[in-house]
Design a binder for this molecule. Structure first.
Ligand code: FE
Length: 236
């Protein structure tokens, strides 16, 4: 038996991992950071080799981890988790400071952060396991609870991109009858944005009166950039 949904019972924390290459910064959502040994304090972190943040860490050998609070807004997670730094500058609209490693530390929604220097990296099929020594760490807001992956999925109804280390394919929910056009509203599961066919998406040249099914395949959530697969109809 290989019931992969059992893996949702493992506990993880939601973080932003950031790095640099030259004078450019990038970061992404990661839920696979864990402490490896106490002395010297070291962490491990798994990251998809195709991600831009991976390219930056492979270059600079340093990264920071911002541990996110339960109150982190979903569009914020969507921006860091579902958009690529190849398309947008993720640091344009966030508060951050530069740490001693020269890497930005995201401060918005952060309960604690750490800075790490890569000691070893191990190829693991589609991902790299980075093993790194902690060179600095600090709690910024001791009153807020960190967001676990289970909280993100179950309470915030968040989803996971296919590139994530903990992505698990789940059986799709049954859709409406094929060919039947309904004019239901659809909700982005990443950020909560609601597509209303009566309004359309005028900023992206989608006229009012366009059913969700008729949106182009490459249409993305105007709030967080998630694709059409990440939307579900809302029952009125
Ligand atoms: Fe969205």
């Amino acid at each position: 038996m290989l019931d992969l949904e059992s893996l949702f019972k493992l506990s993880y924390g939601m973080c932003i991992v950031s790095s640099k290459k030259g004078n450019r910064f990038n970061g992404c959502i990661v839920n696979t950071v864990f402490q490896l040994v106490p002395e010297p304090p070291m962490v491990a972190m798994s990251l998809n080799i195709q991600s831009l943040t991976h390219e930056y860490i492979a270059d600079s050998r340093v990264f920071t981890v911002s541990i996110l609070s339960q109150e982190t807004p979903m569009p914020f997670i969507g921006r860091f988790g579902f958009r690529s730094g190849r398309d947008i500058d993720k640091f344009e609209q966030v508060n951050y400071k530069i740490g001693q490693t020269g890497v930005p530390i995201v401060l918005d929604s952060t309960v604690a952060f750490l800075e790490a220097e890569v000691a070893r990296s191990i190829d693991v099929v589609t991902h790299t396991l980075f093993i790194a020594k902690i060179v600095a760490c600090e709690t910024l807001d001791g009153d807020k609870q960190p967001m676990t992956y289970a909280y993100y999925r179950d309470i915030k109804q968040g989803r996971t991109p296919k590139t994530a280390a903990t992505y698990i394919k789940i059986k799709p929910k049954t859709q409406g009858e094929e060919g039947v056009r309904n004019m239901k509203k659809y909700k982005c599961l990443m950020c909560g944005y609601i597509y209303d066919p009566d309004v359309g998406d005028p900023e992206n040249d989608v006229e009012a009166g366009t059913a969700f099914e008729d949106l182009p395949d490459d249409w993305v959530c105007p709030e967080c950039g998630a694709g059409k697969d990440e939307f579900e109809p809302i029952e009125d």
